[in-house]
Ligand binder design. Structure first.
Ligand SMILES: C[S@@+](CC[C@H](N)C(=O)[O-])C[C@H]1O[C@@H](n2cnc3c(N)ncnc32)[C@H](O)[C@@H]1O
Length: 296
C-alpha cells in the first residue's frame, strides 16, 4: 500500500482471513498457545529504540488516525509514536506500566506540539471507562503482556464502536522480521523458551476483537530497521549482539553465550545488509462490523 496520508480502499478481512494472511505467518509454525511474555529490559529497550528508524510505521499509524479525536496509545514506551499522534491531533492519551518510561513520557520534549495524558497502568486492566476513545493503538506490546486475550478484550472495551472513525490499530512483527528471526534462531533455544511468533499474537488478538464487534480487518506491511553505522565489522557485530541480546535477554544467566551464538549469524547478515537489521512490521487495523468508513 502507499504510505503517507492517502487512503487506499482494500477489501476487509474477517478474523479467519487475518489468521491465514501471509503477513501473519509463518503459517506453518502457528503455535497453539500464547508463549507468555518476553521480559523487556529498561536499558535494552532504550539502546534498541535509539537505533531504530521507523518513519513508515509512524506515518501509517498517523494516517490511520488522522480523522480521530480521542486516541489511546497502549504501552507508550519512550513515546515516539504517542508524541507523533499528539502532534497530529493536538492530544494523545497513553498508558504504560513501566515507572521510568512513565517519567520519560511525562517529561518535556523540545520542538514537539500536542499534549500527552500519561497514565500508569497495564493493557490487561485499562484505567478508563468503556468506550472512552475513538481509536486505540497498541504498537509492539503484545509480546510483553501477561495475558494476551484479556489485553485485547480491554482494548476493545475502551474503543467506542459507534464513532464513525472507530478503529483499533495493532502493530507487530512481519514474518520476514529480520531481528525476530535472528533471536529465534540463535538466542531463544539457549533460553529454552518457545519460539516467538508475532503473527500468532496479531491473529489471536483479531479473534478477540471480532468477538467484540471489531470484525473488519486490514493488514499492512511496514519497513523499519535498526541502524549500525559502526565502520568496522567486528565492532558492528559486537554492538548488534549486545543490542539484540539485551533487548529480550538482558541479565539472563546465558546472555554472554547468546552474544557469542548470535555473532556468526550477524556476520552473515551484515555480508548482505551491511549497516541495518530489519524490524519489518505488520499493522492490523480493526474496524467495527457496522463501519462504512473508507478502509486505509
Ligand atoms: C517494545 S516497547 C513498545 C513501545 C511503544 N508502543 C512503541 O511502539 O514505541 C513495549 C512497551 O510495552 C510496555 N508493556 C509491557 N507490558 C505491558 C502491559 N501489560 N500493558 C501495557 N504495556 C505493556 C512496555 O513497558 C514497553 O513500553
Amino acid at each position: 500500500m502507499s504510505m503517507g496520508t492517502s487512503r487506499t480502499a482494500v477489501t476487509p478481512l474477517d478474523a479467519e482471513g487475518v489468521r491465514t494472511h501471509p503477513l501473519c505467518g509463518p503459517l506453518d509454525r502457528m503455535p497453539a498457545h500464547y508463549r507468555g511474555p518476553h521480559q523487556l529490559s529498561r536499558d535494552g529497550w532504550v539502546d534498541f529504540a535509539d537505533r531504530l528508524e521507523r518513519r513508515e510505521e509512524i506515518a501509517l499509524a498517523c494516517a490511520a488516525t488522522d480523522a480521530n479525536h480521542a486516541v489511546l496509545d497502549v504501552g507508550g514506551g519512550t513515546g515516539e509514536l504517542t508524541r507523533a499522534i499528539a502532534e497530529q491531533l493536538g492530544h494523545c492519551t497513553t498508558v504504560e506500566p513501566h515507572g521510568s518510561r512513565v517519567a520519560t513520557l511525562r517529561g518535556p520534549e523540545v520542538g514537539r506540539t500536542g499534549t500527552l495524558d500519561v497514565h500508569p497502568g497495564r493493557a490487561e486492566a485499562l484505567p478508563f471507562p468503556d468506550e472512552s476513545f475513538d481509536a486505540v493503538l497498541a504498537a509492539w506490546i503484545l509480546p510483553y503482556v501477561d495475558d494476551l486475550e484479556r489485553s485485547a478484550r480491554e482494548i476493545a472495551r475502551v474503543c467506542d464502536p459507534s464513532h464513525p472513525e472507530a478503529k483499533i490499530v495493532l502493530i507487530g512483527g512481519a514474518p520476514d522480521n529480520e531481528l525476530v528471526e535472528l533471536l529465534n534462531r540463535t538466542c531463544v533455544p539457549l533460553a529454552d523458551e518457545p519460539q516467538d511468533h508475532q503473527g500468532f499474537l496479531l491473529a489471536t488478538a483479531a479473534e478477540v476483537l471480532a468477538d467484540y464487534g471489531f470484525s473488519r480487518f486490514t493488514v499492512h506491511r511496514t519497513e523499519a530497521a535498526l541502524h549500525f553505522p559502526e565502520p568496522d565489522l567486528d565492532g558492528r557485530v559486537a554492538a548488534a549482539a549486545a543490542v539484540l541480546v539485551n533487548f529480550w535477554f538482558e541479565g539472563h544467566p546465558r546472555a554472554e553465550e547468546m552474544r557469542q551464538s548470535i555473532a556468526p549469524a550477524l556476520r552473515e547478515h551484515f555480508a548482505h545488509r551491511p549497516h541495518a537489521i530489519g524490524d519489518q512490521g505488520a499493522v492490523l487495523i480493526a474496524r467495527p462490523h457496522t463501519s462504512t468508513a473508507s478502509v486505509l
